[in-house]
Design a protein around this ligand. Structure first.
Ligand code: SF4
Ligand code: SF4
Length: 59
């Protein structure tokens, strides 16, 4: 499982992309998208999202 951006709430601000250490966040259809195969679940993106629309994988 990887971190997931809730598309409807994402404002496409780009803050998450700037902090992702593995650069697995990119822009798709004017939203940011996390590549689930590349995400290492570090949680850095969650910390910076101004609208808290990124979900951690369920335990
Ligand atoms: S959890 Fe870490 S690796 Fe995954 S998208 Fe967020 S910043 Fe990138
Ligand atoms: S930080 Fe949040 S609102 Fe901004 S682009 Fe990333 S997921 Fe979207």
């Amino acid at each position: 499982m990887a971190h997931l951006i809730q598309k409807d709430e994402c404002t496409n601000c780009g803050a998450c992309e700037e902090v992702c250490p593995v650069e697995c966040i990119s822009e798709v259809d004017e939203k940011r998208f996390i590549d689930p195969d590349a995400c290492i679940d570090c949680g850095a993106c969650i910390e910076v999202c101004p609208v808290t629309c990124i979900l951690a994988p369920e335990e």
